[in-house]
Design a protein around this ligand. Structure first.
Ligand SMILES: NC(=O)c1ccc[n+]([C@@H]2O[C@H](COP(=O)([O-])OP(=O)(O)OC[C@H]3O[C@@H](n4cnc5c(N)ncnc54)[C@H](OP(=O)(O)O)[C@@H]3O)[C@@H](O)[C@H]2O)c1
Length: 407
């Protein structure tokens, strides 16, 4: 048993190693001019629908980019073999699988360079044209994920097979140039998110239920940003605007604390749950093209009250409702939906919160750039265990006992 575990571990590590080399070589190609001169051929060749601009450039791109990349991978694939030999690892020779794996990619790249018929359909799967059938994958790179490297931001989405390097570099989601709208914009977290998203290069839009325009501290100067007034119950009035939005952050919320009147029930569910759900559904209707599927996202600020007490029953009930509705709708969502699972931070809603909204906003953005679909920022260790278990079980329960609609 131990022998199988050691052999499997070494084989997997040798493959992971060459994939890390591949992604590092790719990232370097975008930051070091001599390599970029070769790599740029790979970018020149594809149109936004992923058809090749010319068969000749397609073949040339393989000689200039894919073949040298695979040769570097092959050379460095011998490092684990050499280390294993020097340090006398048990079964070190199985790390040679990494070299065989790389040799396969090298042969495929050479065949594509030679123009062997049908080889690109079989081996160049992240560059196939056609309608996207799935959302950008979280761990294993698919066409939708890779499309963003070509047409969203060439200085992000470097990973070729596993998303590990992008997650480590924080390049698994680019916010540069994205139009991001945030509800609850005049609130404590709303303002902090707007500020840090602006610093990340996004074009921010404040969605506020108040009439005052929102100002942010941008490079030490107070600047008024685009502010749209909206009201709970009138979500449909935002439909035109949402067409132009890449990422919608649903962040508004209230806490009625100890109240349990019919009015408090209505208000809590309407603001914390149903208006969020209506906005999310409205945003889904704006996802139509391949570009929308690849780039549009919704982030919903639910709260760690999904799994922990918040000493406010109606807050917990309404937040758990929206949390479960997202888990249900995420099963067939047309774009990426992230949950923000936040612990107590100091704000108008929670004056005794322990974290600062500024720090929370920075952590949210950091985790989003690593493509975490459930972004947990809290000081409560229980949430890091309880939330993933609850999300996994609820999601499977919903998957098994509900059906996808055909319309
Ligand atoms: N503070 C915490 O400890 C904590 C923990 C976990 C999660 N959260 C969640 O984080 C989000 C932001 O909260 P915050 O702590 O930053 O509180 P906040 O400062 O009170 O901000 C909440 C904002 O929500 C908007 N809002 C309130 N009532 C509304 C209504 N009737 N219609 C539309 N918008 C309304 C308001 O922004 P506009 O006036 O601009 O619309 C308000 O400023 C909330 O969803 C909250 O539940 C907070």
């Amino acid at each position: 048993m131990l022998t199988i575990a050691i052999i499997s571990g070494l084989i997997l590590a040798s493959i992971l190693w060459v994939e890390i080399i591949r992604d590092s070589y790719h990232a370097l190609s975008h930051h070091w001019t001599p390599l970029y001169r070769l790599h740029v051929w790979h970018h020149k060749v594809f149109r936004p629908d992923l058809t090749a601009a010319s068969e000749e450039i397609y073949r040339q791109a393989h000689w200039y980019n894919d073949v040298p990349e695979a040769l570097v991978m092959l050379l460095l694939s011998f490092v684990p073999l050499w280390l294993g030999y020097v340090f006398n690892w048990p079964f070190f020779w199985v790390t040679g699988v990494g070299s065989l794996y790389t040799a396969f990619f090298l042969v495929c790249a050479v065949f594509r360079g030679l123009g062997v018929a049908g080889i690109d359909e079989l081996t160049d799967i992240t560059h196939r044209p056609g309608q996207f059938e799935s959302l950008p994958a979280e761990w294993f790179i698919n066409r939708t994920y890779h499309w963003r490297h070509h047409f969203d931001d060439q200085k992000a989405y470097y990973s070729g097979t596993f998303a590990l390097v992008d997650k480590i570099l924080g390049t698994a989601l680019s916010l540069k140039g994205k139009t991001i709208a945030i509800t609850g914009a005049s609130g404590t977290l709303g303002l902090a998110l707007l500020t840090h998203l602006d610093r990340s290069g996004a074009k921010v839009i404040a969605l506020s239920s108040k009439n005052e325009p929102i100002t942010l501290d941008i490079n030490g100067q107070q600047q008024t940003i685009k502010t749209i007034t909206w009201q709970v119950g009138q979500e449909s009035e935002l439909s035109q605007l949402l067409e132009t939005v890449d990422i919608l952050i649903i962040n508004h919320g209230i806490n009625v604390h100890g109240a349990r009147t019919p009015e408090a029930i209505l208000q809590s569910y309407e603001i914390n749950a149903f208006s969020c759900w209506r906005l999310m559904e409205l945003f889904f209707t704006t996802v139509r093209t391949n570009k929308d599927i690849a780039c549009k996202e919704v982030w919903v600020n639910t709260s760690e009250a999904e799994v922990n007490p918040a000493l406010s029953p109606l807050y917990e009930l309404s937040k758990r409702t929206i949390g479960d509705l997202i888990t249900l709708r995420r099963l067939d969502a047309p774009c990426v939906v992230r949950k923000l699972i936040l612990g107590p931070f100091k704000s108008n809603l929670n004056p005794i919160g322990v974290m600062s909204a500024d720090w929370v906003a920075q952590q949210i953005i950091k985790q989003a750039k690593a493509d975490f679909r459930n972004i947990i920022v809290t000081i409560n260790p229980i949430t890091f265990i309880a939330f993933p278990i609850k999300e996994f079980l609820t999601s499977w329960y919903f998957k098994l006992f509900s059906k996808k609609s055909n319309h």
